[in-house]
Design a protein. Structure first.
Length: 578
C-alpha cells in the first residue's frame, strides 16, 4: 500500500485556498497509485485558528467546505483531512466543549468518519482546552488491499504522540494514545501535526518518533504543517519511521513538500519508494538539511517573514536602516523572503550619527540590492526641543531627549507605511526586548518584530554564517566589528547601560528560558550586581513588551503568545526556582 504525505502550508481561515492545496496534493497521490494520503493538523482551516472558532458562521462554513472537498477528492483515495468537528448538542448541554480537533476520513465522495485528538496542550503557545473537548476513544480504521488484507491504521493528532513516559520519563496526561493503539494491534500509526518550530526541535521530534516506533514495534508516519502563521513558524520536516526506528523518508524543512512511502504487507513495515511523484505545487527541487543552528534559524525567519507578508496581504516592506547589526540582519531576511526589489530602507541620521553608520547602511543596501531613502531628523529634533522648552527648562538632558530621536524615526517610518501601504518591520532583538532597551512608539513601531526572539549574540553569529555562506561580506564587516550603539548621544555604546552581550544573553537564557533563580545563575559564575540589575530590568520592561508587535518565535520561551507575565507585580526571584 502506497501512502502519500502532504506537507502543506495552509492559511488560517482560507477554507477555499486550503482545499485547493489538499486537492492538488491528492492529484499527485493518485498519480503515484496511493491508497491513503495524510494532510496536517487542521489543514482545512489552518493552525492555530484561535478565536475564529468562537464564530458559529465559521464553523458552519467549515462543515460545508469539508462536504464539498469530499465530493471533489478522487474517489479511490482515502484522505485524512485535519478539520474541526462539532460536538453533539447533548454533550454540550452536559458541559463539554462544542468542538473537537479532528481528522476526517474522506473516501468515495463522503466523510466516512472522524478521529478526535485526545491530548490537548495548554502550555506555552497552546490553548486548546479553550476551544476543544478531548477525544475519549481509540482512533483506528481499516483499509482493504487488493490482496484482501485489511490494514489497520491508528490515527493520532499532534500532541497524542507527545506523552510516552518511556521517552520523557513522565506523563503530562493520564492516557497514552500510542499504548492504546498498540493494544488494539494496529499495523501502523499516522499523525497529523502542527508542531511549531523552535531551535533543534526537528532533532527532538525524530528522537521521540524513533523511540516510540522501537518501543511499540510499529511504523509511524508523521505529517507536520509548514509555514508562518502570525508569530508561529511551522517547520515541516515530516517523517516516515519504520518499526526499527529508522528514518525511511524525511520531507523538506521550511518548505511545502510531498512524499510517497510504501507499507509492505509481507513485512508489515514501511519501505521507501525509489521514484516519487510530486503534484504541481511549489515543492523544493531537492531535499536538504540545515547545516547548523544558524542556518536553521535563518530559514525559519525567512519563512516567517515571507508568510506574514503574504498572508496579511502586503507586497512590500519598509524598515529603518541605522548601519547597526540588527537592522542589517532584518534587511537581509526581508530581501531573502520577498525579494530585494520589495524592500525599502530608510536612513534617518541625526547630528549624533557617525559617518560610518551612514556608509555601513548604504553599503548593506548596495550588497542586498534594496532601495534606500535618506531623511535627516536634525530639524525635527530642534522643533521638539523648542516645543518642549517651557516644560523642560531648567532640567538636565537625558533619556527623555534621547528617546525623542527614536520616536521621530518611528513616526516617519509609520507615515511612509501608511502612505504607501508597506509593512513596517521593527528590528529590535530579544536581548533588548528582555531588558527594555527599546523605545515605545519609536524603534518598537512596526507590524512585525522579525528578530524579537533572537538574542544579540545569536544575531552576530547568524550574520557571520550568512557572510560565509555567500562567500562575501553581505553584511559589511564594519557592521560586525564596531561596538553596538544606539547613537542617541555623542560616544554612546550599548555597554554604557548594559552588561556585555555575552554576559547578558547567558543570564537572560537562564532566567527566561530555563526559569533559574538568582542563586542558580550566580552559581554559573555571574556577578551578583549584574544578575540583580538584569532581573530588575526584565521585570520592569513587561509593559513595553505587552505593546510590541508580534515577534517570530524561534526559542522555547519567546515574548509572545506563550509569555503570560503580569505587568503590575512585586516579585523576587532570588531564593528558589520559579
Amino acid at each position: 500500500m502506497k501512502i502519500a504525505i502532504a506537507q502543506l502550508n495552509p492559511t488560517v481561515g482560507d477554507l477555499v485556498g486550503n482545499s485547493e492545496l489538499i486537492l492538488k496534493a491528492a492529484q499527485g497521490a493518485v498519480e503515484a497509485d496511493c491508497q491513503l494520503m495524510l494532510t496536517t493538523e487542521l489543514a482545512l482551516i489552518g493552525y492555530p485558528p484561535r478565536d475564529l472558532l468562537s464564530y458559529l458562521s465559521f464553523i458552519e462554513a467549515t462543515a460545508i467546505q469539508l462536504h464539498q472537498l469530499a465530493q471533489q477528492l478522487p474517489c479511490d483515495l482515502a484522505v485524512l483531512v485535519g478539520v474541526i468537528q462539532p460536538n453533539s448538542k447533548a454533550a454540550i448541554q452536559q458541559g463539554e466543549k462544542s468542538l473537537f480537533n479532528s481528522a476526517a476520513l474522506v473516501q468515495q465522495g463522503q466523510v466516512q468518519g472522524f478521529f478526535q485528538k485526545r491530548l490537548l496542550p495548554t502550555y506555552d503557545v497552546f490553548d486548546e482546552d479553550r476551544y476543544f473537548e478531548p477525544g475519549k476513544t481509540r482512533n483506528d480504521f481499516s483499509l482493504k488491499l487488493a490482496s484482501g488484507f485489511k490494514v489497520k491504521v491508528g490515527v493520532t493528532i499532534c500532541e497524542d504522540l507527545w506523552n510516552d513516559e518511556a521517552f520523557w520519563g513522565k506523563r503530562r496526561y493520564p492516557c497514552n494514545p500510542l499504548q492504546d493503539l498498540s493494544d488494539q494491534e494496529v499495523n501502523l500509526i499516522v499523525n497529523l501535526s502542527a508542531s511549531p518550530y523552535q531551535v533543534n526541535k526537528q532533532k527532538l521530534r525524530q528522537q521521540m518518533l524513533t523511540s516510540s516506533a522501537r518501543r511499540y514495534q510499529l511504523p509511524i508516519l508523521y505529517s507536520n504543517q509548514v509555514g508562518g502563521n502570525d508569530d508561529l513558524i511551522f517547520d515541516g520536516g515530516s517523517l516516515g519511521i519504520n518499526r526499527a526506528g529508522n528514518v525511511i523518508t524525511a520531507l523538506q524543512a521550511f518548505a511545502p513538500d510531498f512524499a510517497v512511502i510504501e507499507w509492505d504487507e509481507v513485512d508489515q513495515d514501511l519501505k521507501p519508494i525509489d521514484a516519487e511523484i510530486s503534484p504541481d505545487i511549489s515543492f523544493p527541487p531537492h531535499r536538504s538539511t540545515p547545516e547548523s543552528e544558524d542556518h536553521e534559524i535563518w530559514l525559519a525567519l525567512v519563512l516567517g517573514v515571507q508568510d506574514y507578508v503574504r498572508k496579511c496581504g502586503f507586497s512590500r516592506v519598509i524598515l529603518g536602516l541605522s548601519g547597526g547589526v540588527d537592522s542589517s540582519f532584518v534587511a537581509a531576511i526581508a530581501a531573502a523572503a520577498i525579494g530585494a526589489e520589495n524592500v525599502l530602507g530608510i536612513l534617518m541620521p541625526s547630528p549624533y550619527s557617525s559617518d560610518h553608520s551612514i556608509k555601513d547602511a548604504q553599503d548593506l543596501a548596495n550588497n542586498l540590492g534594496i532601495q534606500t531613502q535618506i531623511l535627516s531628523i536634525g530639524d525635527s529634533m530642534d522643533t521638539f526641543e523648542q516645543t518642549l522648552l517651557p516644560l523642560f527648562a531648567g532640567t538636565e538632558s537625558g533619556v527623555a531627549e534621547e528617546n525623542i530621536q527614536s520616536r521621530i524615526r518611528g513616526t516617519l517610518l509609520m507615515a511612509i507605511s501608511n502612505k504607501f501601504g508597506h509593512l513596517l518591520l521593527s528590528t529590535g532583538n530579544k536581548s533588548e526586548m528582555a531588558v527594555g532597551y527599546c523605545t515605545l512608539y519609536g524603534d518598537m513601531n512596526g507590524g512585525l518584530a522579525v528578530i524579537a526572539d533572537v538574542p544579540k549574540t545569536r544575531v552576530y553569529s547568524i550574520c557571520h554564517w550568512l557572510n560565509r555562506s555567500q562567500h562575501r561580506p553581505l553584511i559589511p564587516e564594519n557592521v560586525l566589528t564596531k561596538p553596538a550603539s544606539a547613537e542617541l548621544k555623542p560616544g554612546q555604546v550599548d555597554q554604557d547601560s548594559l552588561p556585555p552581550y555575552e554576559v547578558l544573553d547567558d543570564i537572560l537564557y537562564r532566567l527566561v528560558e530555563q526559569h533559574q533563580s538568582m542563586a542558580e545563575i550566580l552559581a554559573a559564575g555571574h556577578e551578583p550586581e549584574t544578575v540583580d540589575q538584569v532581573m530588575k530590568l526584565v521585570m520592569r520592561a513587561e509593559f513595553k513588551r505587552r505593546q510590541a508587535p508580534p515577534g517570530l518565535k524561534i526559542s522555547d520561551r519567546a515574548f509572545g503568545t506563550g509569555w503570560r507575565m503580569p505587568i503590575a507585580k512585586q516579585v523576587t526571584l532570588s531564593s528558589s526556582k520559579t
